[in-house]
Every structure is written in structure tokens, then in C-alpha cells.
Write a protein that binds this ligand. Structure first.
Ligand code: IMP
Ligand code: MG
Length: 184
């Protein structure tokens, strides 16, 4: 499996250090804004490892978790240009402070659709935290990322939750998938 990775971008230690700092950044932001309780929404399945690590670094806030699944690529490395909700959150969000946790923002189409959906539900505030930002192919230029782990180049990334065709999610590091894998 590791033969399929052409480059390791971030080791498990790099990730742990950055995720801890990001958790503190999020905590500081909300405490400063006098917000003490937060609904944190993990976008399945890619963000689940990041989410589990991140929330354990958000101290001093009351957190509730929720989950949603958005349709994704299937086995391709290109987005299909639209995003459908396959599994929705179960909590009521009206009047609540909501933080969405995503694995990677590429074109931004998925998150733009998620944002639109939450905005019509009368949330009090809505923020976006992504592990990775891949800005090269952005199609939603005004998408605002509030908290970001790392910026990555325009390559296909796997590991630490991110997959290609359902594989590689369990890799403890973040790496570039060798193009030979998907060009076969
Ligand atoms: P967007 O709608 O183009 O921003 O795509 C976002 C979704 O595509 C993410 O939630 C990921 O599931 C998937 N995605 C985009 N780029 C990558 C990548 O490099 N590796 C793995 N999944 C990716
Ligand atoms: Mg995703």
C-alpha cells in the first residue's frame, strides 16, 4: 500500500502537532466571541479521523457532535460538480453555533452546498474547519475557510481519513497518491 504513495507530505507527528494547535485556535476563537457551546458536524467519511482527534483538543467548550454524508467522487479523482446529501444531521440547528469539519476543500462545490443547506435552517453562526485546503482548482472563490490544517498542492491526497476509491483511509500520514494508481 505504501508503494502507492509517491510522497509523504505530513507525518503522523506533523499532523498531531498541527491538529492540537488548531483545536486551541478554535477554542480561543469561540471563547473570545463569548460562545460556550458548539455543535460540531463531521462530514463523513473523510473527516472522521481528523474530527476525532480535533475535538479532543477543543477544551473549555460544551460540544455536541453530529454527522452528515455528502455524495462524493465514487472512484474518480475529479469532482462531479454537484453535491447530494446522502445522510443528514439529526440535531436541530436553528439558533445554534455550528462548526463544520471537513477533510479537504478542492473545488469548494461540496461545502458551498452544505453551507446553503445550513443557512436556510436559521443557524446562529456557521464556521468551516478543514484539515486540508487545495486551492488550485477552486470554483467557489468566495468560500470562506475559517480554520485550516494545511495547504496542499494540486495532487490527489490520501491518508488520515482521505481515500481513493475507499482505500488508504487508515494510513497514519498524509501523502500523495502516485498517479500510476488511478491512471491504470
Ligand atoms: P470539492 O467539492 O471539489 O471541494 O470536493 C470535496 C470532496 O472531494 C472532499 O470532501 C473529498 O471527499 C473529495 N476530495 C477532493 N480532493 C481530494 C483528494 O485530493 N483526496 C481525497 N479526496 C478528495
Ligand atoms: Mg469528503
Amino acid at each position: 500500500m505504501s508503494n502507492d504513495i509517491s510522497e509523504v507530505l505530513y507525518s503522523a507527528d506533523d499532523i498531531a502537532e498541527r491538529v492540537a494547535a488548531l483545536g486551541k485556535e478554535i477554542r480561543d476563537y469561540y471563547l473570545k466571541a463569548n460562545i460556550n457551546s458548539l455543535l460540531v458536524v463531521s462530514v463523513l467519511r473523510g473527516s472522521v479521523i481528523f474530527f476525532s482527534d480535533l475535538i479532543r483538543h477543543i477544551d473549555d467548550l460544551d460540544l455536541e457532535f453530529d454527522f452528515m454524508t455528502i455524495s462524493s467522487y465514487g472512484s474518480s479523482t475529479q469532482t462531479c460538480g454537484k453535491a447530494d446529501v446522502l445522510f443528514d444531521i439529526s440535531e436541530k440547528v436553528a439558533g445554534r453555533d455550528v462548526l463544520i469539519v471537513e477533510d479537504i476543500i478542492d473545488t469548494g462545490i461540496t461545502m458551498a452546498a452544505v453551507f446553503k443547506r445550513f443557512e436556510t435552517k436559521g443557524v446562529k453562526s456557521l464556521k468551516l474547519c478543514t484539515l486540508l485546503d487545495k486551492p488550485a482548482r477552486r470554483k467557489v472563490p468566495d468560500l470562506k475557510i475559517d480554520f485550516c490544517g494545511f495547504h496542499v498542492p494540486d495532487q490527489f491526497i490520501v491518508g488520515y481519513g482521505l481515500d481513493y476509491a475507499g482505500r488508504y483511509r487508515q494510513l497514519p500520514y498524509i501523502g500523495v497518491l502516485a498517479p500510476s494508481v488511478y491512471q491504470k
